[in-house]
Structures are given as C-alpha cells and as structure tokens.
Ligand binder design. Sequence first.
Ligand code: GDD
Ligand code: MG
Length: 340
Amino acid sequence: MTQALLLVGGKGTRLHPLTLTRPKPMVPAGGVPIMEHLVRRAAEAGVTRLVLATSYLPDAFRAHFGDGSAYGIELCYITEETPLGTGGAIRNAAEMLTSGPDEPVLVFNGDILSGLDIADLVRRHRDAKADVTLHLTRVADPRAFGLVPTDEDNWVLDFREKPTTPEEIVTDQINAGCYVFTRSVIDRIPAGREVSVEREVFPGLLADGGRVLGVVDTSYWLDLGTPQAFVKGSTDLVRGLVPSPALPGPRGEALVLDDAEVADSATLSGGTTIGRKAVVREDTRVHGSVVMDGVVIGAGADIESCVLGENATVADGVVLRDAVIADGDHVSAVPAELAR
Ligand code: GDD
Ligand code: MG
C-alpha cells in the first residue's frame, strides 16, 4: 500500500498566460487537467493515498478532484503559505502520510506525462535497499533539467540541476521528476524553511554516501512546462501516443468534448482537442491545437499548434500559428507578433 506526494505548488510562469488563472497541473491536456493522467495511473499502480503539496492557487485542486473517491484513490491537501521549494514541500507534506520509516514513499512532479511502470520503480527501490530511487529518462538537450550520471550498477554518481556550462553536460540522462524515498530520508530534510530537493537534498545525500539509485526508462516522457511542450503533450495524448487511462474519449485525430459544436465543413486534425461547449464554424481548420471550453472560432479560420484559453473568441478568417491566447481574449485579426 504505497503512499505518495504530488508537488503542485509551482507558479508555472513559463505557461503564462494560461497559469494566471489556474495552476499548471490543472491546465487541461487531452481534455483533463495535466495531473489527472498521473492521478489515474498512480491509482492503477496501487497508490492508496496521494497528498497534494499546494501553494499557488490551492483551491483549484480540491474543486476538481475532491476527496479522490471518483478516481479510486484517497486525496489529501496541504498548503504552504509561502512556497517551501521542492524539498521543503516534500518534508511538509509527508506529515500527512502514515508510512513507517522504512517504507517507500513515491514523489511526483505535477507537470509530467509518462508511461513509467510506477509499481516497478517501487520494486526496484525495495530490491536495491536504496535511500532514494530516481526515475531517469534520456533527452536530446538536457540543459533545462537535472543531469544524473550513473555507474554500471545504476547507482547515481552526481546530480546537477540545470547546468550552465558545457563542461557540466556529462550525460543525456535526466531526472524525470518521479522519486521513491525511503520515508526516514524525508524526515531528515530540514523543516520550516525553503529547500530544493534538486540543489540541496540529492547532492547532500550523495556527498554523505547515500544509496541513490537511478532507473533509466525508455517509455514516453514529457515535461509540459512550456507552451510548445504542453501542445505536444496534449496532441500526443489525443493521438494515443501516451498511455493514459484518463482520456475522456477515443484516441484519434481529434477529441471533441461534450456539447461542442463543430460545423460539418470544419476539419480537425493532429490530435486537436475541442473543449466543452466550444464552437468551430464553417470551413475552419484546426490542427495540432488545444481549444479549451467555451471557445468560439469563426468561419474560415486556420489555427495550427495553438492554445486557445477558456472562452476565447477568434474572428472569421483569422490565421494563427504557435499562439497562446489567454482565457476570454478576443482575436479579431492576426496580431503581427503572432503571425509567424
Ligand atoms: N508545493 C510546492 N512548493 N511545489 C513546488 C514548489 C514549491 O515551492 N516549487 C515547484 N513545485 C512543483 C511544481 O508545481 C512542479 O510540479 C514541480 O514542483 C517541478 O517544478 P518545475 O518548475 O516544473 O521544475 P522544472 O521542470 O524546471 O525542473 C524539475 O523537473 C525536471 C523534470 O521535468 C526538476 O526536478 C528537474 O531536475 C527535472 O529534470
Ligand atoms: Mg517542470
């Protein structure tokens, strides 16, 4: 009966303006909040209790997920008055766990889509008698992540968060934002102050000779923290490239949610989502985009690789590429800076 923590307190500034009105893990990808895919996968993997470590816009989470009973998992909430950083959030939220000192505790970043076998990660952690086990993945450009080189037996040699010099880029293995901690290791994180798990806890554990295991996984993995990555994640979900039990409809070229109105002559493709009560008028093309609830797109428009925030409106004939439109905004003609 593994218990888990979910880190969802970040401000999500790279996803502005979408995260001005909702926390990043609540931005809908594939028709449901980003983190709902993880909540369902965690429940399927046998996680019984999941504590949400909130800080920014904390009420949005409970309003959607409630006590978790609809998702087959017990959800609890704890809010940091001022953000405690990733390590401080783990220490603080662990107070709501009943796991014993030797038991494993899962920790997840809230903005990740992945096909990781969660139960297997916990098994590997137990078998290796590790202090912490990190889910690792390989990426072409690791600079925006935590770099994690390992030895031939998968023990972690170093942890370098967001390296700034080329000499520091010693591996393409990165921290994929999912950990198994032995509970007693969490209890040794300093309480009541800001702590970064990436810059303080992991390097400190390694310096003290801690047993930190890395599990390199090759299944789907994406951090949805930037607009480009978010659009890719959502369209990959809709097209069925990500194993998720949370997609609210069949996989395919487009996901059209309840009460949306799409004209017969409109074309939807590339894993587009059309939100609830959204309207897409005649001869409009929407490709590879996220169209949120209540959006209205006029006739003869051409939208590609865009995010249209809730209740946004787009006038007839508008051409948009790679744009992120805020909730409620009106696009009457193509602003020069968006017409790339
Ligand atoms: N409760 C709480 N409090 N949560 C926080 C805080 C905080 O002070 N700060 C960040 N978080 C949460 C965010 O909401 C997010 O879910 C998670 O912690 C990670 O924060 P990001 O802002 O998304 O970090 P990142 O993407 O730059 O880097 C992290 O993830 C990468 C993988 O996607 C690091 O863990 C990297 O090492 C890693 O490679
Ligand atoms: Mg992130």
